[in-house]
Design a protein around this ligand. Structure first.
Ligand code: ATP
Ligand code: MG
Ligand code: MG
Ligand code: MG
Length: 482
């Protein structure tokens, strides 16, 4: 089943059960002080759960663009190294706002997976919240009883608060949850280690696919749990992971969500995917990151020097450096993937198609800008490494990390990553101090970019008109409405 069909089956299944299709909210959030990027499907429905807003529907279904690179949910370090965490991914979800609760949520999830998608029942595990005495929370007997009518008891596992009590953040709607995991290993492997021992254990082929959250509480600022005025359902299923399971693959990257991008990168680099660990990781990082970057730009967040813009720039520079070091890309290459991506999502996320030229142009300029200093920065890092080795040290000091950041445009996490690859670490507090000192020195010119928010609403066309000035870090990309 093609990924596209998988997605539309999910949506139509819930539409047939009275759910209204609600389009994905933007991945980049503008007016939420607690969150920079959408990290779960429920974000856009937060006020409905809290009872602060009303909608003209009580059941919804959608596929939400999510980004998990900062804050409570940050998967960046896993991406590319493992085969099932992405920076940007799609979260399929069905929702009940004070309408149905555990019974239907469990029944429909199970029927969709096993009757419609035809996943083998003996490869699925479900988890139930075991309770937490410190908060007076009980074992979720109700969910257990509903599950028991579909699943053998040996496949229902207890889960702790970390995995089975979902919280949006420090405050806000929350509740116990049931996760569904799938075991994709071979029979031989399963005979050696039973799947239930590997659930929630970072095994690349025993992975969580769906989380059903039973929204019952509001976490208050003082830590208390208060009952919500009504009970809700909030579910989230990883689209790329579901595709892996349904297409019989061992990695999200082997599904048709990623293969067109991987083919393009491998062909440009003159390598084969699947032959060498280092190049494979680099390819996975690149095809993952290009999605995060492209969708962010399409949603109006350009790479820039601060806040959300800098998160996107960091992701982009990370991808450039992986390509440069492991695939010998020494001229811009990421931007060439935008067409592949836009073609792929045409008909569902049309924002890529309608802005493909702008997205490619922004990315190419960013690549050019970083490539200009990357080589020298890497040479500087080599010198630093030599110094560390000769002095028997293992930590790159804060001043050096700052120099790499300031002069060569190396985001701190990139320096940390390269350091790790070489068996070193960085002095992050030292870097923060060097950064603060520099800010004090030049408060006046610290008035960096303003207005990096360019709203790219569907009916507003913008045109790239060039840069304000040429310094690698503080370039201001200018757009104007046309
Ligand atoms: P995991 O334990 O694998 O990190 P999670 O418990 O943090 O996942 P949830 O917050 O429950 O994830 O999100 C709902 C679903 O979204 C998960 O069941 C999973 O299928 C998917 N998902 C979560 N994080 C990612 C990611 N970084 N990349 C791709 N899919 C993800
Ligand atoms: Mg996680
Ligand atoms: Mg989990
Ligand atoms: Mg989960």
């Amino acid at each position: 089943m093609l990924a596209k069909e998988i997605r539309s089956k999910f949506i139509s299944y819930f539409e047939e059960r009275g759910h209204k299709y609600v389009p994905s909210a933007p991945m980049v959030l503008k007016n939420d002080p607690t969150l920079m990027f959408t990290n779960a499907g429920m974000n856009q429905f937060k006020d409905l759960f809290l009872g602060n807003a009303k909608a003209d529907y009580t059941r919804a279904v959608n596929s939400q663009k999510c980004l998990r690179v900062s804050g409570k949910h940050n998967d960046l370090e896993e991406v590319g190294i493992d085969t099932y965490h992405h920076t940007m991914f799609e979260m399929l979800g069905n929702w009940s706002f004070g309408d149905y609760f555990k019974k239907e949520a469990i029944q429909w999830a199970w029927e969709l997976l096993t009757d419609v998608y035809k996943l083998p029942k003996d490869r699925l595990y479900v988890t139930v919240f075991e309770g937490d005495e410190s908060e007076g929370l009980k074992f979720d007997q109700e969910a257990f009883d509903f599950w028991r009518s579909y699943v053998d008891e040996s496949r229902i596992l207890n889960g702790n608060k970390k995995d089975n009590f979902w919280e949006m953040g420090d405050t806000g709607p929350c509740g116990p949850c049931s996760e569904i995991h799938i075991d994709l290993r071979t029979e031989d492997e399963i005979a050696r280690v039973p799947g239930k021992e590997l659930v929630n254990n970072d095994h690349p082929q025993v992975v969580e696919i769906w989380n059903l959250v039973f929204m019952q509480f509001d976490r208050k600022a003082d830590g208390r749990l208060e009952s919500l005025p009504a009970q809700h359902i909030d579910t989230g299923m990883g689209f790329e992971r579901l595709a892996m399971a349904l297409q019989g693959k061992k990695s999200n990257y082997d599904t048709d969500v990623f293969t067109p991008l991987i083919d393009k990168v491998a062909q440009s680099a003159g390598v084969k995917y699947g032959e060498k660990k280092e190049t494979d990781i680099a390819i996975r990082v690149i095809v993952d990151h290009i999605r995060a970057i492209s969708f962010a730009i399409a949603d109006g967040q350009l790479p820039s020097y601060n806040k959300a813009g800098y998160v996107i720039r960091r992701i982009l520079r990370r991808a450039v450096r992986y390509g440069y070091t492991f695939l010998n890309f020494n001229s811009p290459f990421l931007y060439q993937l935008v067409d592949v991506l836009a073609d792929q999502y045409k008909g569902f996320f049309d924002e890529l198609d309608s802005q493909r030229e702008l997205i490619a142009k922004v990315i190419k300029e960013e690549e050019n800008s970083f490539l200009r200093t990357l080589d020298n920065g890497l040479k500087r890092l080599e010198q630093i490494k030599e110094r560390l080795v000769s002095q028997n040290e293992t930590t790159i000091n804060g001043r050096e990390v700052f120099e790499l950041y300031d002069t060569y445009g190396f985001p701190v996490d990139l320096t940390a990553l390269i350091a790790r690859e070489n068996g070193f670490q960085i002095d992050e507090p030292g870097f923060q101090q060097a950064m603060a000192e520099q800010k004090n020195r030049s408060k006046a010119d610290a008035a960096s970019e303003k207005g990096d928010w360019t709203e790219l609403l569907p009916d507003v066309k913008v045109e790239f008109v060039g840069y304000d000035h040429e310094e690698a870090e503080s370039r201001i990309i200018k757009y104007r409405e046309i």
